[in-house]
Structures are given as structure tokens and as C-alpha cells.
Design a protein around this ligand. Structure first.
Ligand code: AHR
Length: 699
């Protein structure tokens, strides 16, 4: 553009803004409904490798060899120099599993092992290698905890023989005992980052070995690494439950990744909805989240078929979910399986549903029963005698998908049983009140509403709850929602849509008691090195690889909204504010996310705002989706504030701007001091921006 043109357009712009009537927001500090103390929480499930290859810190992929019955996914054979070796999956004889400890099974949960046959070494290494979840993170001065089961031979029990009987004469043992090497090394095997050894005895019986290995201080962080167990002797070796953990959050054994836990802590979430989502239900009836086999030592956890195309290790089990809540001071919001699975199978209300109801009651007892109860005692035996706190139980997930229309009866049956035993618990229906299949035979105290939409739709719907009838509506739990623009994580436009939508939830938080964005996590690895693409669902909140993590612009909006929240909503009247027209017809719900077509400017410019206060501060949130700055006069009624306050702003040059694993900080909030505040002040809100102004009340 020439200088002359630039000058002319600047002239036009100032003429235009000169014509703009002054926008005013009048804040009334004397009134306002209470803000729900549980307004912002988290939603989680095993999707996009959220746990295995994500939050759950285990670094070994396919540690119990059950991911694929045809091949040992994640594992390869190591043959250094002219050594010769092969690996093979060995499944236990299913008919013989309970008595098969001496053979291939360790117990009824760990029934598949990996056999390594080393036929030649000439002093070189041969062994097994695991490539982790798209690599293994190696960082300086880091201690890793390794453990694995190993044996050198197998016992040819006649079918049905008891393992405690003396080994029969046909027992077969081979070479192999001696030193076994454990190493964390580069994928090409040329650099060793950490190493250790165990002394393997000649044994046909499984033995667990545990050790720690530590990296040197001078290594460069990398995920281009593998975990190797090797020997320089010929022989036959059997492996099971191979595990490797880096340091975890709060040092919990079987714990979580530190960086991801910290990112969640920074959002100040008040609850965690788990274990799904679709992961609760599973594709078929037998695939629902099997909470009972997710308890206790890892040896008792066979894992199960997930809902997103890969098997779940269940290292993230029921107690781990609850401890995750404890670590981040969140209340658990447990969803119980309610007899409907993803491919459409269902159990009608009545006697056939009773075992599922009983299972849910047991699960609740595990969470909140005292230690005199059966499941409370089990929780204590698992290391957590103190009961957890539960307020709300969700009955199923997205049951409007159930074409048999059986949810009404199922919900009623679950609610009656839960209320009979735990009258203090609220049961959440998973069908919105405006859907045809909503529960009618009883009145749910709370309903879960899900919204996955474009930014445009989120903005159109931002005022949705303003008109909900408080007298007739159940309380609302927005249990899954997201502006779906950007992949794998969202872009700035999505963050603007999110923020607009959140102003509506916050303003109506007497009604919208809880909300949580979904999905929370995404492993952003593309397919490579024999591993498939890591994610199944676009537009997620927090992205990561084995080594690094980052927040999407939407993540920062969540953080800003969660961190600056009062206890009372401050009513606002607006003058000359460009407001987005509500949707002409209700497009809400799953399945509507057309591209956010650029609309005519007159329609596009929009402001969204909400204000809350507590005893000390006033928190004003303003979202400007326009490509132009807007000056606003802000006036307070019923209180005065200090001249200096805090401004937190998230903005970008273009709606498409985003953060990535390699450029994680393009769109991040910036905090500064804002001056000249008082009963009435002006502030210019930047284009494409989400703003929080914290005003300090004068005594
Ligand atoms: O968040 C992704 C999926 O969307 C959830 O598993 C399901 O509940 C919804 O359809």
C-alpha cells in the first residue's frame, strides 16, 4: 500500500470511529445472583491418548502385550552385531489361565507375555525394545523407575495341574540366567542415556524386578529414545508387565505427568467429570469402563477395549481419577454406566438392568462409603481410607443417541436406587430438556447439555441461558462443549467463540451450575515410526508430545475465566454495544460446526461481556470479536475502585492464529497494570481480544 493510500484509510477509520456512538457498560454493584462455586471444571476420558501416551506417566506402550493379539505393538527385537534373536507373543491357554502361573500367564489378568529367543550373541546384545508413545522422553538428571516380570524357562504343566504342585519332571529350562541390562537409549541404539542391571536367576517362575536408572546432567532433552532390556547370552526369556515411570506429580507411584497436572492446576478447576464421554460406555455392552478391574496393583489390571480405536491400559483407574481430583482440589463428578453402549445395544429398565444399577451403587460406595462398607474397605486397602466427596452422579452419557428410547426408564431406575441409598446425591440426566427423549417420568435435578459448534454459533448462543425459565428448568451442567475451529488444538477464533459463550454461562451461573470443556487433551503426534496418528478428535484444549506440552488459545481463555471469578454476578446494562443476534433457529448440539464463514462486517462486530465481584474485587470480562478496537466507557453504580487495577488480555492479529507444539506462545495472555480507573473510566478494547479487568474495591 502506498503512503497516500495508508493515510486515506487511516482518515476513513478515524472518521468511522468518530461516527461510532460511545459504547457504555453500566455495572450495578448493588445487585446480582450468586456465582456457582462449581461453575468451571474439567471433563476427561481416554480419547486422543489422554492417559496412555498422555497424562498417565507410564512410558511403555503395550506393557502387558494385549494391545494387539496378532503382534507385539510398540515392541521390536534388538540384535546388535551378529547376534540373532526373535520375539513372539505368547497367549496363555484360556482354559488353563487360573493355574497357569508357571507357564505364560502371571495371573488371570496378565495372560499374554512376550517371548524373546536369543540363538546367537558372540558377546553382542540381543533383547527387546519399546518405542514408547511416539518416543520416550529423556531429560537431564532424571530418575526413572523401571519394573518388569521375567523368567528364563517354561514349565510344561499337564493341563489343569496346580501351580503349587511340585514342577513335573517334564519341566524345561534353558540358558539365560546372569546379568540382564536395562537401558534408555537413542532409537538408533548409539547413545545410552541411562542404564542399570539385574541379576537374573535361572527360573521357570515369574519374578518381578524393580530398579531405578538416572540420566546424566549434560544430556539434551529428546523423545527420540527407546527402552531396552537385553542380554549377551543365548537363551529364552519371557517378559510381562514392563513399566517405566519418570518422576510424577507429587511423586505418586503410578502417577501423572507433572507438566500437564500443572497446566490443569493453573486453570483452577473445581471438579472433574470422568470417565467419559464415550469412554464410559464402550462400543458394546461388555466394554463399559470396567472400574472393578482398574483397582489395586497393576498386576490386577488387564486393560480393556477403549472407545476411540485403541486399548486402554487402565493404569488410570478409578482410584487414580479420584486422586487426580484430590491433587488438584477438585470434586469428582462420577458418571456411571447406565446400560447403553455406543453401537446401540441397550438394557431395558427392569430386572435385567438391576446388575448395572448394583454395579453403580458399588462404585459410589468405593468413592464415598466408609471403611465398614465392603467397597469402602476395599478403597482403604488400596491406600485411601478417607472417603471422597461426591455431590452429583451422572447417569450414562449422551443417551439421546439411544434409538430404543429407553433412557427415561433407565434413568428413573438408577435415580431411585441411588437416592434410596444416598439421598444427598443429585442424579444428572444426559438428555437436554429441549430434546424429545428427555426424562419425563421423574424430574431430573440437573441435566447435562453438550455443545460442539463453530465460533459463530457459540457467539449466537451466548445469550441462550438469559431467557431460561428459572421456575421450571432443572439446573444445567454444560458437561461437554467447545468451539470447534483449529486442529489438533483450537485457534484464536475458537477462543473468541469460547469466551463469548462463557460470558453467557457465567452471567447465568445461578442456573448453569457446572460446565467443562471437552476434549481436554490431545497427543499431537502424526502417524510415524510404525505408530498411528495419535488423535481422533480435532479442536482440543491442551496439546502435547512425549516431551513437550502447550495450551491452545482456548486453554488460556479457560485459565483467565477460572482465575478471575467473583462470588456474585454484577448486572450490566449496555448502551450502543454491538451485540450478536441470537440464532434464528436453534442449531445447538452435536453435529453442527460449519466453517465460520466470514460474515458481513456489520454482523460480525460483536461485544460480549460479563462481570462478577467478591468482597475485594470486581472482575469485568469483555470479548471483542471485531477486527477494530472499541473504546468503551465503564461506569460503576454502588461502589468505587482504586485507580490502579490489573488487565489480562489475550489477543492476536488474525482469527486463524494459533499455538502449536513448536510455537507454543504465539497467543498467550499478557498481564499488566491498568491506570486511571474509578467510578467511570474509559478503556479501548483491542481487536480480536479477550480481556479481564480486575478492579480493586475501595473500602
Ligand atoms: O468429547 C468427545 C465426545 O463427544 C465424547 O466422548 C462424547 O460424549 C461426545 O459425543
Amino acid at each position: 500500500m502506498t503512503k497516500k493510500l495508508l493515510f486515506l484509510s487511516a482518515l476513513c477509520l478515524s472518521a468511522f470511529s468518530g461516527l461510532q456512538a460511545q459504547t457504555r457498560l453500566n455495572l450495578d454493584l448493588t445487585k446480582g445472583v450468586n456465582v456457582s462455586p462449581k461453575l468451571y471444571g474439567l471433563m476427561t476420558e481416554e480419547i486422543n491418548h489422554s492417559y496412555d501416551g498422555g497424562l498417565y506417566a507410564e512410558l511403555i506402550r503395550n506393557r502387558v502385550f494385549k494391545d494387539n493379539p496378532n503382534q507385539p505393538d510398540g515392541w521390536s527385537v534388538v540384535q546388535d552385531g551378529d547376534s540373532k534373536a526373535s520375539i513372539q507373543l505368547i497367549g496363555a491357554d484360556p482354559a488353563n489361565v487360573p493355574f497357569d502361573q508357571g507357564r505364560n500367564a502371571i495371573n488371570a489378568a496378565l495372560t499374554t507375555c512376550l517371548k524373546l529367543t536369543v540363538s546367537q550373541t558372540n558377546g553382542n546384545r540381543a533383547g527387546i525394545a519399546n518405542s514408547g508413545f511416539w518416543g520416550i522422553p529423556v531429560t537431564p538428571s532424571t530418575t526413572y523407575r523401571c519394573s518388569f516380570y521375567i523368567k528364563t524357562g517354561t514349565v510344561n504343566f499337564p493341563r489343569g495341574n496346580r501351580p503349587d504342585a511340585a514342577p513335573p519332571a517334564t519341566a524345561v529350562t534353558e540358558d539365560g540366567p546372569g546379568i540382564i541390562n536395562i537401558s534408555l537409549e537413542s532409537t538408533d541404539g548409539k547413545t545410552t542415556y541411562a542404564r542399570g542391571t539385574i541379576n537374573l536367576e535361572k527360573s521357570m517362575y515369574w519374578k518381578k524386578h524393580e530398579l531405578t536408572i538416572t540420566t546424566a546432567a549434560n544430556i539434551k532433552p529428546t523423545a527420540d529414545a527407546r527402552f531396552v532390556i537385553s542380554s549377551t547370552r543365548t537363551g529364552t526369556y519371557y517378559f510381562n508387565l514392563v513399566s517405566l515411570f519418570p518422576p510424577t506429580y507429587k511423586n505418586r507411584p503410578n502417577g501423572n505427568r507433572i507438566d500437564l497436572m500443572q497446566m490443569m492446576a493453573d486453570m483452577k478447576p473445581t471438579f472433574l467429570r470422568f470417565p467419559g464421554g464415550n469412554f464410559l460406555e464402550g462400543p458394546y455392552l461388555g466394554d463399559a469402563f470396567p472400574w472393578k478391574t482398574t483397582l489395586g496393583p497393576l498386576e490386577q489390571r488387564p486393560g480393556h477395549t477403549g472407545s476411540w480405536g485403541y486399548r486402554a491400559s487402565d493404569g488410570m483407574g478409578l482410584l487414580e481419577f479420584l486422586e487426580w481430583c484430590e491433587d488438584l482440589k477438585m470434586e469428582p463428578l462420577l458418571a456411571v454406566f447406565a446400560g447403553y453402549s455406543l453401537r446401540g445395544d441397550h438394557i431395558d429398565a427392569g430386572p435385567l438392568l438391576e446388575p448395572y444399577v448394583k454395579d453403580a451403587l458399588d462404585e459410589i460406595e468405593y468413592c464415598i462409603g466408609d471403611t465398614k462398607t465392603y467397597w469402602g474397605a476395599k478403597r482403604a486397602a488400596d491406600g485411601h481410607p478417607a472417603p471422597f466427596k461426591l455431590t452429583d452422579i451422572e447417569i450414562g452419557n449422551e443417551d439421546w443417541f439411544d434409538r430404543s428410547h429407553s433412557y427415561d426408564g433407565r434413568f428413573k431406575q438408577f435415580q431411585a436406587a441411588i437416592k434410596a441409598k444416598y439421598p444427598q446425591l443429585r442424579c444428572i440426566s444426559t438428555i437436554e430438556s429441549y430434546k424429545p427423549d428427555k426424562v419425563t417420568s421423574v424430574k431430573p435435578q440437573m441435566v447435562d447439555e453438550h455443545y460442539y459448534q463453530s465460533a459463530w454459533q457459540m457467539e449466537e448462543d451466548a445469550a441462550k441461558y438469559d431467557s431460561y425459565d428459572r421456575a421450571t428448568s432443572p439446573k444445567i451442567f454444560v458437561g461437554e462443549w467447545a468451539t470447534r475451529e483449529g486442529a489438533p488444538t483450537t485457534n484464536l477464533n475458537a477462543a473468541l467463540g469460547d469466551a463469548a459463550w462463557m460470558t453467557g454461562m457465567e452471567r447465568n451461573s445461578d442456573l448453569v451450575e457446572r460446565s467443562c470443556y471437552a476434549p481436554l487433551f490431545v497427543n499431537v503426534n502424526q502417524a510415524g515410526n510404525g505408530q498411528p496418528k495419535a488423535w481422533q478428535w480435532d479442536s482440543d484444549l491442551i496439546g502435547y508430545t512425549a516431551l513437550k506440552s502447550y495450551g491452545s488459545p482456548s486453554y488460556y481463555v479457560q485459565k483467565m475465566f477460572g482465575s478471575y471469578l467473583g462470588t456474585k454476578v454484577v448486572p450490566i446494562t449496555a448502551e450502543n454495544a454491538p451485540l450478536r443476534k441470537p440464532a434464528v433457529k436453534d442449531t445447538a448440539g452435536i453435529g453442527h460446526w460449519p466453517a465460520n464463514a466470514r460474515r458481513p462486517k456489520a454482523e460480525r462486530a460483536a461485544l460480549f461481556f460479563v462481570c462478577t465481584q467478591d468482597a475485594k474485587n470486581v472482575y469485568l470480562k469483555v470479548v471483542n470479536t471485531d477486527d477494530m478496537a472499541r473504546e468503551i466507557t465503564i461506569s460503576l453504580k454502588g461502589g468505587d475502585v482504586a485507580a490502579n487495577g490489573t488487565l489480562v488480555i489475550l489477543k492476536g492479529d488474525k482469527p486463524e492464529d494459533t499455538n502449536t507444539i513448536d510455537e507454543p506462545n504465539k497467543i498467550v495472555p499478557v498481564t499488566s497494570t491498568i491506570t486511571g480507573l474509578g467510578r467511570s473510566f474509559k478503556h479501548t478494547f483491542q481487536p480480536y481480544s479477550v480481556n479481564v479487568i480486575r478492579l480493586s474495591k475501595r473500602k
